[in-house]
Design a protein around this ligand. Structure first.
Ligand code: AMP
Length: 119
């Protein structure tokens, strides 16, 4: 899949759409999900043109990958989720239920988040 620079998270990164920022560094931006599925629901996105976790894992550089996952950890810490924990998930393409084609990790927490698949 070719990266579509008009996707909503690309527009957030360009500052064209506002977001409720939690954490930001050279590698990633984290912000609150607009439709929370848990008491705390954040999204962490890399500052690079990657469509999904498969694309990111194959084509991002080592520094980008390390920086991204450290930003996930920093976001969880900033949200107070370090002690009790959280779920980090990423949806990939059609069967994974991905809606926005810019790689992102959901951080869900602030209370028990239930079974993994919801089935
Ligand atoms: P996914 O289904 O994994 O692609 O998740 C996309 C997520 O982006 C959903 O949880 C949406 O609620 C969230 N979302 C869509 N637009 C925005 C926005 N403008 N700001 C924050 N979150 C958004």
């Amino acid at each position: 899949m070719r990266y579509d620079p008009s996707n909503i998270f690309a527009r957030i990164l360009r500052g064209e759409i506002p977001n409720k920022t939690i954490y930001e560094d050279d590698y990633a931006l984290a912000f609150h999900d607009i439709t929370p599925q848990a008491p705390v629901h954040a999204l962490v996105i890399p500052k690079g043109e990657f469509t999904d976790v498969h694309d990111f894992s194959l084509y991002a550089g080592a520094a980008q990958i390390a920086g991204f996952w450290q930003a996930v950890a920093a976001t969880a810490t900033k949200l107070g989720l370090e002690e009790k924990g959280f779920r980090a998930i990423t949806n990939c393409k059609e069967h994974g239920g991905q809606e926005v084609p810019h790689f992102h990790v959901h951080i869900l927490g602030g209370g028990p988040v239930g079974r993994m698949t919801g089935n």
